[in-house]
Write a protein that binds this ligand. Structure first.
Ligand code: FMN
Length: 431
């Protein structure tokens, strides 16, 4: 008899649910002047390599995390990036191992986003991080690691930041995918590997944790020694307050090491106009309001088709997409699961309410919810973040606005969608 296997991480999703009451009782006011720093920087004596905007391989790395907009508010300035982030808090950092690539010292680098450079934090001899991520394989090319300096997000969002760290990490995978597409690099994302071992050897202590890896390049069947020494701890924020819930939520959703043996890395089969897609990546922004205008049924079906491309990974999560159609020319208003109509009516006010009275969800053409009976919470949340990133890019590519919506009443939304499965992420698109 088949046994029901309890999903890994359920209790952390349950414990971070929003409800009408929870939001009323904890409106979550913060003092903006106490925000921790959003850029990690290794000490000055580490060697740095500027990323040349005219070198395609440098651009491939650079475009995974670039700053694309500077915003002024009062006396402060904020840097927005290719990747969106809940509350623009940017908990994610990127490390990349480079081996056998012309012009680079074989080593492990930290991507210093603020200064568009790679900081060499470890030089390879006959060792590497391959063996933490893959089974007996060597990567000639790149292994990207996405990590979360979680306090940047927990500073504001407390326990719910566990969700936002994973979602932001998924968005960051989406930016790596987009950059790889533009610079014709193959990629494959891996979620289940020896993250604990890496956290330790990279000296991340309890302040930062690895969430995903992306392999890009050629693979050889050859075992690689683990790193010969541990790296020193370097803080990702100027100050730090531990959040035991987030730390436990991360640890409990790291599955026991399951090293993947990947025989090939595939190129996703997208077909975009290169220059237009490049501009879309550079100009991607979150819509801040919608003018209650329609999109067409053709645009909507193009969007769904793009979301339907498989994610380039071995993991086995199954995401269902629910759409509240508010304003799509040629389509009946109502709730759809994929293309199947579930119920009809004008639910725009309801959509706004469910997203904690956010006008974006009410005035949108479509408000989406990603639903999943996950096997592993940490992986599934990153999948929906990655899908969410595709939604941003395809919408912006079609000249349609988009925004992530991480704040919604969990149980009421699930009830409204008439699904037994938890809702992992919301998004809205429109003009
Ligand atoms: C996981 C996630 C959740 C988000 N949730 C909301 C939200 O509930 N409401 C909202 O207006 N924007 C939301 N956003 C959008 C962010 O505020 C936005 O990404 C950030 O301000 C950076 O701006 P940019 O996306 O234009 O670069 C979310 C983004 C992400 C990635």
């Amino acid at each position: 008899m088949l046994q029901q296997i309890e999903a890994i991480g359920q209790e952390f999703h349950e414990a971070t649910k929003h409800s009408y009451l929870s939001v009323m009782m904890d409106p979550n006011y913060i003092d903006a002047s106490t925000q921790p720093s959003v850029f990690k920087r290794y000490p000055h004596f580490y060697q740095r390599f500027p990323l040349d905007p005219d070198n395609p391989i440098h651009c491939f790395i650079r475009l995974t995390s670039s700053i694309t907009w500077k915003k002024f508010a009062g006396n402060n300035s904020y840097f927005l990036r290719v990747n969106p982030s809940a509350g623009a808090l940017y908990p994610t950092e990127i490390y990349v191992q480079i081996r056998g690539v012309k012009g680079f010292v074989d080593g492990l680098y930290h991507l210093e986003v603020q200064n568009n450079c790679l900081t060499l934090i470890y030089e390879l001899v006959d060792d590497g991080i391959d063996n933490y991520v893959l089974h007996q394989q060597l990567v000639k090319g790149f292994i990207f690691l996405v990590s979360c300096a979680y306090f940047r997000s927990s500073w504001k969002y407390k326990n719910r930041s566990l969700r936002y760290c994973f979602l932001d990490s998924g968005h960051h995978l989406g930016t790596i995918e987009a950059s790889a597409y533009l610079y014709q690099q193959n990629i494959k994302a891996i979620f289940e590997f020896d993250k604990r071992g890496l956290n330790q050897v990279l000296g991340l202590e309890n302040q930062e944790f690895i969430t995903a890896a992306v392999v890009s390049g050629h693979l050889k069947d050859k075992p690689v020694k683990r790193l010969r020494s541990q790296l020193p701890f370097v803080a990702a924020t100027d100050y730090f307050e531990a959040n035991p819930f987030v730390e436990e939520g991360y640890k409990s959703t790291v599955v026991p090491t399951h090293l993947t043996n990947i025989s090939q890395v595939k190129v996703p089969g997208f077909k975009f106009d290169h220059d237009h897609f490049y501009q879309t990546v550079l100009q991607r922004r979150s819509a801040r309001f919608f003018g209650k205008q329609v999109i067409t049924k053709f645009e909507f079906s193009q969007i769904l088709a793009y979301l339907d491309y498989p994610l380039n990974t071995d993991s086995l999560e199954r995401i269902e997409i629910y759409s509240i159609i508010n304003r799509v020319e040629g389509m009946q208003k109502g709730v759809y699961q994929g293309e199947k109509l579930i119920k009809t009516d004008d639910f725009s006010e309801k959509a706004g309410y469910l997203c904690i009275n956010q006008a974006l969800a009410r005035d949108s053409a479509v408000t989406f919810f990603f639903v999943c009976d996950y096997r592993n919470y940490q992986t599934a949340m990153q999948w929906v973040g990655w899908l969410g990133h595709r939604l941003y890019l395809i919408s912006n590519y079609l000249n349609i606005g988009c925004s992530g919506i991480g704040a919604y009443y969990d149980d009421e939304t699930q009830e409204f969608l008439e699904t037994p499965k938890p809702v992992l992420y919301g998004m809205a698109i429109g003009r």
